[in-house]
Design a protein around this ligand. Sequence first.
Ligand code: ADP
Ligand code: MG
Length: 703
Amino acid sequence: MSADATSLSLTTPLAEVPEIPARVVKLLAKESLETVGEVIWQLPFRHEDRRHAADTIFQPSETPVCHQVRVTKTSQKFFGRRRGAGMFDAMVEPEAGAALGQGLTLRWWNMPYMGKAIAEDQVLFVHGKIKDQKGRLIMSHPEYEIVGEDEDAGGAMVHTGRITPVYRLRGGLTQKALRVAAWHVCRRLGDDFAEDVLPTPSARGEFAGWNRTRAMKVVHFPVDQAELEVASRYLALEEFFGYQLRVVHRRRSFVESGGQSHAGPGDQVAQFERSLPFALTEAQRRCVEEIRVDMASARPMNRLLHGDVGSGKTVVAFLSMVRAVECGAQAALMAPTQILAEQHFQNARKWLEPLGIRVGLKTGSRRESGGGLELWSGGGDAPDVIIGTHALLHDRELVHNLGIVVIDEQHKFGVAQRARLIEKGRTPDVLVMTATPIPRTLTLTIYGDLDVSTIDERPKARGKVVTKIRPASKVKEAAAFLKAQLLEGRQAYLVYPLIDESEKLDVKAATTGFDEWQTWLAPHRVGLLHGRMSAEEKDDVMRQFRDADIEALVSTTVIEVGVDVPNATVMYIQGAERFGLAQLHQLRGRIGRGEHTSYCVLFVKDKDPEAKARLTIMEETHDGFKIAEEDLKRRGPGDVLGRAQSGQSPLRFSAYLADTRLVSTARKLAERTLDEDPRLRSRRFDGIRDFVLQAESGGATLQ
Ligand code: ADP
Ligand code: MG
């Protein structure tokens, strides 16, 4: 049952690697780690520098330290009646020579078998914190390794005395077991066990001399930090490369699917713009122009319109839709919820009908009870502009000559749905809108298959939003201020956080809050909105709020993105410390939409200075991109990415996403690779071909 080094591959079962103890193989198997590859891909989430600290002095330390020591004496004490209760001590001195200062005691509680493992005169590497306990220096439960005697590791230093990998554990896994398995796997794998996915690095670049095999091994057991960094970057580049192959491929298939040129005279577009009660901002104007150029081209447009909440994306979208209509095509606008669709429909009637454009609303399918709501102005023919929810996708009568599709709040739509809509026309132009501010460094990855237009300016004619952080105990006082605002005819959102991800608690907090606010704000009308309500109930409450039948809305975080109630000027957010910055920003975007000054108060737990410090940026800026960047700094890109892709597979090396150079290199390599091998027929892509090409079918999981 022995395998020689050359026959080991990523699919070799661990049981066939003779050096890995059977006990370890069994332990790993319980957590479904059964092959060499599965162990290799258990990437350490960090490394500890446990290279031997050469000094011969033991000192108390708040952070774990590493020492090479010799055992001078051991002692074992038992106490109590419980079996195994007791304490095992090993007195040690530095291996390098007698201690200059005090000696050190290694101490294990309730582990009587330590007496069998540790004996006088052994040389150990130990790693742990040293504490001064009544004048004695004690290291409790250190990680240790007997030099030259660790059978599992075949006599090598694996756990200490080196830069040591630390793995994320689950189930019954232990650091030592994973480390031992990874160690033997790395030792036994040949020098080219994993075929390179990346092209061979240039001889002068950062990755000269590197390949996949080396990087995979080094990322577990690096010689030093510098080597570890290059290995991680290599694997990050490899991962981003796979990802970019996918988005570039998707982008190319889209372009090749054939489009139509929408280059009308522009008279109606100009007329529409003149009819608006405001002038477009510079940023809006720029985006309109970028879209115009795309639409005029015979290639289909595939563009993201990216802009902070309240930056005025809707009007840009409508201008583009009018442009398509002017060319004799239909335009569709898809919203994630019924209430948003209705809101767009009202705008469309107000803005487009005066131009003689017929507007329709389509929500719900015909088969559903009541047949869904279908309204359109002007006669029997299908409308020029159709607004709706995803139900739009199912109606082939209504939509027959689609020139442009606008998808609002993109993150709520899957790629599959997008692909489906695109099938309906002869590859219409597609404009995707999102209000999730994503730092520029990330758009290339997240929206890599789209061109990006950004509205980075807010319309000026806006009341400002004053944001304040207050302790939760002041909430009742704040009620008086709120009441005054309601008396002036304004409206308010009272937001409660998601607690422990449990909807039950979430609903309870809001429900209790609802009772309190009803008392405090009487006789004003208070409404309640939470995640346990049906879609119809929610829509109903939102409608009442929009029509000012409800003046203060107590809600969990389910307030719909995109809802535009300009009369709402107050938002109180309870338990603000529980929210991410970006989420707070999204919520706050619901106010400050009208001419009046708005007030956002973030209530945080009393005596939580840390929360207060984190949220201060909310008081300082209203710029979603700045806030997103701050979030990125504080919480890492995984989070930003996670939010944009809600629930989709995160990248292993997401920490490197902020590295624009690495991401653009991946992009360039992907473009070049697809030029040369559009179907990725080369063998080196065996492992990722499906992932890359799958994007075509619309079954993609990443945006
Ligand atoms: P979002 O980008 O969040 O979707 P909207 O398109 O809903 O923002 O716009 C928010 C509000 O600002 C709307 O009431 C809209 O009519 C108004 N608006 C849009 N552009 C301008 C502008 N240039 N000047 C003033 N108000 C504008
Ligand atoms: Mg919007």
